[in-house]
Design a protein around this ligand. Structure first.
Ligand code: GDP
Ligand code: MG
Length: 226
């Protein structure tokens, strides 16, 4: 639950940001960014519940199938798995982990961005986790399995609903939210329909990748978590 103390902390944080004059453009904080060289690797830490789509997202970003995706209920996420890739001449390292603390230890250069995968309802627990760990500024909420991800109006409607939802509203206002859909491409073909389905799913993944990396290009400017 969101305690009064937490809400106070949240409010203080918001006040501080407003005093600093940081504006909230399209959900992204713009502030005095410390620009780093292009060679500096940007670490992306993917966190979120089991089955939310962390491995799928890691594969989509790094154009691979090395992260094991599973529709089964038992977690397939290894405690820590990483892969490097490049986008528009910038190097990234994507890391999937269950434990945020471990992720930090494995990345000496620090974390450029935390990708918090949310595949359904944005709960108070998620908001509390983000506040408790003081990661509001470094977090992008990646809403996976969002069928209408290509439709700007639908994404905007969802965002507006979240911004009106009580104690999680402030978090939503200050974290960026990106909508994607990364449907499975590891289906065992039974017929022609499956072949078509996978073709289409690949296209959706490519589109999701572009949306997310365009966003990361603007927010990962050497702003590190630690
Ligand atoms: N339709 C759809 N399915 C997804 C999406 N992301 C993941 N999945 C599927 O959801 C299941 C769990 O995904 P996985 O990446 O293994 O979750 P993890 O436990 O968080 O690593 C797999 O069957 C994925 O193919 C998505 O954005 N859309
Ligand atoms: Mg996984």
């Amino acid at each position: 639950m969101f305690s009064i103390k937490k809400e106070k902390k949240a409010q203080q944080w918001v006040n501080k940001k407003e005093e600093e004059g940081l504006n909230n453009v399209d959900g992204n904080l713009t502030g005095p960014l410390k620009l780093e060289g292009k060679d500096k690797i940007r670490n992306l830490l993917i966190i979120g519940r089991t089955g939310g789509g962390k491995s799928a997202l890691a594969n989509v970003l790094s154009d691979s199938d090395e992260f094991e995706e599973s529709a089964r209920s038992v977690s397939k996420t290894r405690t820590f798995q990483k892969k490097e890739f490049e986008w528009n001449g910038v190097k990234y390292r994507v890391v999937e982990t269950d434990k945020i603390g471990e992720g930090i230890n494995f990345m000496p250069e620090g974390i450029s961005r935390i990708l918090f995968v949310v595949d359904g309802v944005f709960t108070k627990e998620i908001a509390t986790f983000i506040f408790e760990n003081d990661i509001v500024e470094y977090t992008t909420i990646v809403r996976t399995k969002f069928g209408d991800f290509k439709n700007k109006d639908e994404c905007e409607k969802d965002k507006q609903l979240l911004e009106k939802s009580g104690s999680i509203a402030e978090i939503v206002k200050f974290c960026s939210i990106i909508y994607v859909d990364n449907p499975p491409t590891n289906i065992i073909f039974s017929d022609e329909d499956d072949v078509e389905q996978v073709k289409n799913n690949r296209k959706r993944r490519t589109r999701s990748k572009t949306i997310l990396l365009n966003h990361l290009e603007t927010v990962c400017q050497g702003k590190y978590y630690n």
